[in-house]
Design a protein around this ligand. Structure first.
Ligand SMILES: *[C@@H]1O[C@H](CO)[C@@H](O)[C@H](O)[C@H]1NC(C)=O
Ligand SMILES: *[C@@H]1O[C@H](CO)[C@@H](O)[C@H](O)[C@H]1NC(C)=O
Ligand SMILES: *[C@@H]1O[C@H](CO)[C@@H](O)[C@H](O)[C@H]1NC(C)=O
Length: 230
């Protein structure tokens, strides 16, 4: 990993921290949702097939407290490709990610029978295969910053936990550096490395096996609640 890449990543992390430090006080759900999700076609919009394939994610199941568990296959997301393809492809990608967050946060309202309404979500971001070189692109960094700026009030209020798995040493190191200065969000972020035999037992202490894909210890016949990778 080049030194430049390390420095770029570190600076982008500081940027994220600075942005996330500027959070106006907690707002109520209706208020927060209507400010962030202003479009009214997020339930119905069908993204181009190629794009759906390129940004896979799914609603995996529920945890013991009926919180929705989502999985984002972050390692497969080639942000720089869609950013460099031009304005319309960038816009479509942004909308797909926006729709993904929308689905994630509205799933709170969709608890199974016999459950109290959930107030939070758990997310697994799987960085397996992530191309760290794409992060050198300035546009990818500003894209990340923007995602944080827009969604961080929702993260703070509705994320019970975020698990990054299959991250490399660089990612892990940066998060460890960031942890003490980024407050309450980082308390809910777990960063696990590439060795599955080390992180899987920890993940399964928090999330029920039968709600997860075989990649995360689940059964072969596992079916997600809703899949958005086609
Ligand atoms: C913090 O956010 C408010 C409202 O979104 C904005 O007006 C203000 O300029 C921001 N402050 C900094 C230091 O970014
Ligand atoms: C949420 O906030 C909005 C505007 O601040 C207010 O009109 C609405 O009544 C609030 N809803 C609840 C459930 O508190
Ligand atoms: C992963 O961790 C296990 C348990 O500590 C160890 O036995 C194994 O050699 C590790 N695998 C790799 C590829 O480092």
């Amino acid at each position: 990993m080049s030194k430049n890449l390390c420095i770029t990543l570190f600076i982008s992390f500081l940027g994220i921290l600075r942005v996330s430090g500027n959070i106006s006080g907690p707002r109520n759900k209706t208020d927060l949702f209507s400010v962030i999700f202003t479009e009214n076609d997020l339930d119905t919009w069908d993204p181009p097939k190629e794009l759906k394939k390129a940004f896979p994610y799914y609603w995996s199941g529920f945890d013991e407290d009926c919180r929705p568990i989502w999985v984002g296959e972050l390692g497969k997301w080639d942000l720089s490709k869609y950013i460099s393809k031009g304005e319309s492809s960038l816009k479509a990608m942004q909308k797909l990610i926006h729709q993904g967050f929308y689905r994630l946060f509205v799933s709170i309202n969709d608890t199974p029978p016999g459950c109290q309404p959930a107030t939070q979500i758990a997310v697994i971001y799987d960085a397996d295969g992530f191309n760290y070189n794409q992060v050198i692109h300035g546009q990818v960094i500003s894209f990340f910053l923007n995602v944080f700026r827009v969604y961080i009030p929702l993260f703070l209020q509705y994320m019970e936990s975020i698990y990054f798995v299959n991250t490399n040493f660089m990612f892990k190191g940066l998060v460890e550096v960031a942890r003490p200065i980024s407050g309450s969000l980082m308390e809910r972020v777990e960063v696990y490395g590439p060795n599955k035999s080390l992180w899987l037992p920890k993940l399964l202490k928090k999330l029920p096996r039968d709600q997860l894909s075989p990649k995360y210890g689940g059964n072969k016949d596992f079916k997600p609640i809703k899949s958005y990778n086609y």
